[in-house]
Design a protein around this ligand. Sequence first.
Ligand SMILES: [Fe+2]
Ligand SMILES: [Fe+2]
Length: 206
Amino acid sequence: VTGVVAEDLPGLATRTSPAWALRVLVDPIALLDDHAHLEKKAAGNALDLLARWPQGSLDPEWTRTLSAVARDEAEHLLRVVSLLGRRGGRLSRHHRNTFAAGLRRLVRSGQGPEELTDRLLVSALIEARSAERFSVLAGVAEDRELARLYAGLERSERGHHLRFLALALSLPGARSVPRRWHELLLEESRILAVQPPGPGLHSGEA
Ligand SMILES: [Fe+2]
Ligand SMILES: [Fe+2]
């Protein structure tokens, strides 16, 4: 036990400009399609982590937290695909997210407890950036239905960000979490800065 709680850890190193949001909102169908894929992946990630509980113990909090996150993400997916359908779009077959792929490459794979800590911290980073992007989108969207969607999701993803951090801080390696989180925050801003622009939640600024 370190005494450090999730709320004590710093937030993202960079902020997104309103100009980014105005650019991606030019193509709402493509943005909703990308977004739906991200919610689907987030639900799958939560269920995958649920099955990787720390060795030797099955903490009921672990399964409860990750079940709740998976339920939220499936609910977000339903909201986004419903809106996409009402607007004449449909979920595309394939999706790439080079931002999340770049973050996942930072996971120290095959190193037992470090791998699990990193997976939780990468999940927390994706939640934090998604929430930050939703807040910028909610602030500039003139389309009231979209603005409402993004404002609601911002709150939910912020909650997930804290829940993933809290899970990382509950592991035996919690003492290393603040230092590793700091490293990963810097990596996140580097990875985001090289993303191509386009109608995606994790696209580049220009
Ligand atoms: Fe979500
Ligand atoms: Fe989330």
